[in-house]
Design a protein around this ligand. Structure first.
Ligand SMILES: Nc1ncnc2c1ncn2[C@@H]1O[C@H](COP(=O)(O)OP(=O)(O)O)[C@@H](O)[C@H]1O
Ligand SMILES: O=C(OP(=O)(O)O)[C@H](O)COP(=O)(O)O
Length: 399
């Protein structure tokens, strides 16, 4: 399927200042980027713009700050250093986004320069898509380039806003992601197994409803599973859950049954008494989670159940780790699933992994080479599976 929007190839960027939205929402530990996939993914467009004589103003969000001012641990400063390290370019950083300091730094950007602004979400108007924010950001560039595939499903100020004021086109990453994913999802080879986990329960649970329309087997693990356990009448102790979604989860399970879609939920879990690297894990069945314990990973019986279902697939789409894989003792479930998914490509099938943390997990287990397509977007790729249009893409100029 051809990409239907203009890209950086279609415009003259020489001597122009380009405002570019990237997704530098990367995992950090102690101020160090622990997975640089999203930074690397933005480099081809940055390089192209620089080599074609543009000055570049980069912007991104990082994490989910409250939106009422700077939160030092969510500063993009370490990411500027990572981009400089990966490219060898001089990358400037300004600890401001919408104020005079940012404007001054932007005005100093000359052709070939690269400047990264501070986290766009330190101001709550970003998430509200406030026109004032959009106008301010648009004033930073002659052109707008969207290359933040991972955030293209968010109709937020820095994603869709500038397109209302300055010509807006796609970067190479956005084009490639949309092209690849839409062509795979248009007619997936069957059996099609979808695996969803992670912690962004309320922002992704609704998508499961649509996945039931297109997949043959739906595997639910990670933090997503506990809301479904509640729907099945189990208690979940102190595990991550979204009580507001329990009724919808129940309806989804009923719908899947009617449609003949197999839904696999964990049958056992590794639980702990607190959320921490030093927590002691214990395996318990899903109908037996103690009140004072939280689910941190899928258990060994579930690893086997999920792996068996995955190995028979011709297409696998996976978003969201099966547990808190950042802590080694809760990474087994995610690793077992990753190893099963890796076999799909080896057996002639197609495996797609999406999402910042899911990709970080695959890299942790050194399995990236064994996957068919590593997408930088989890939520964004899920919306493409549903056949939805991404607001960020929609706002760009038609080709
Ligand atoms: N049982 C769980 N409880 C709490 N957090 C979990 C659980 N399982 C997985 N997670 C967390 O989910 C996060 C990733 O979720 P998400 O952002 O939805 O994935 P992605 O970035 O791949 O789209 C990881 O940081 C992981 O620790
Ligand atoms: O990490 C992201 O999404 P993902 O976890 O679905 O891949 C994007 O940067 C979007 O972040 P958001 O879900 O806080 O808007």
């Amino acid at each position: 399927m051809a990409f239907t929007k203009k890209t950086v190839r279609d415009i003259d960027v020489e001597g122009k200042r380009v405002l570019m939205r990237v997704d530098f929402n990367v995992p950090l530990k102690d101020g160090v980027v622990t997975d640089d996939t999203r930074v690397r993914a933005a480099i081809p467009t940055i390089k192209y713009l620089k080599e074609h004589g543009a000055g570049i103003v980069l912007m991104s969000h990082l994490g989910r700050p409250k939106g009422d001012g700077p939160e030092p641990e969510l500063s993009l400063k370490p990411v500027a250093a990572k981009l400089a390290e990966l490219t060898g370019y001089d990358v400037k950083f300004v600890d401001d986004t919408y104020g005079d300091k940012a404007t001054e730094a932007v005005n100093a950007v000359k052709p070939g320069d690269i400047l990264l602004l501070e986290n766009v979400r330190f101001d709550k108007r970003e998430k509200k898509n406030d026109p004032e924010i959009a106008k301010k950001l648009a004033s930073y560039g002659d052109l707008f380039v969207l290359d933040a595939f991972g955030t293209a499903h968010r109709a937020q100020g820095s994603v869709v806003g500038p397109a209302a004021y300055i010509p807006a086109v796609a970067g190479f990453l956005l084009e490639k992601e949309v092209d690849t994913l839409t062509s795979i999802f248009a007619d997936p080879e069957r059996p099609f197994v979808a695996i969803v986990g992670g912690s962004k329960v309320s922002s992704k649970i609704g998508v499961l409803d649509h996945l039931i329309d297109s997949c043959d087997t739906l595997i639910i693990g990670g933090g997503m599973a506990y809301t479904f356990f509640l729907a099945q009448g189990h208690t979940v102790g102190t595990s991550l859950k979204e009580e507001d979604w329990v009724d919808r989860a129940k309806e989804m399970l009923e719908k899947a049954e009617k449609k003949g879609v197999k839904v696999l939920l964990p049958i056992d879990n590794i639980v702990a008494d607190h959320f921490g690297e030093d927590a002691q894990g214990q395996a318990v069945d899903s109908d037996n989670i103690p009140d004072d314990r939280m689910g941190m990973d899928i258990g060994p019986k579930t690893e086997q159940l999920f792996a068996d279902a995955i190995k028979g697939a011709k297409t696998v789409f996976w978003n969201g780790p099966m547990g808190v894989f950042e802590f080694d003792q809760f990474a087994h479930g995610t690793e077992a699933v990753a190893r099963a998914v890796a076999e799909v490509k080896a057996n002639g099938g197609t495996s797609i992994i999406g999402g910042g943390d899911s990709v970080a997990a695959i890299n942790k287990f050194d399995l990236a080479e064994k996957m068919s397509w590593i997408s930088t977007g989890g939520g964004a790729s899920m919306e493409l599976v549903e056949g939805k249009k991404l607001p960020g893409v929609e706002a760009l100029l038609d080709a």
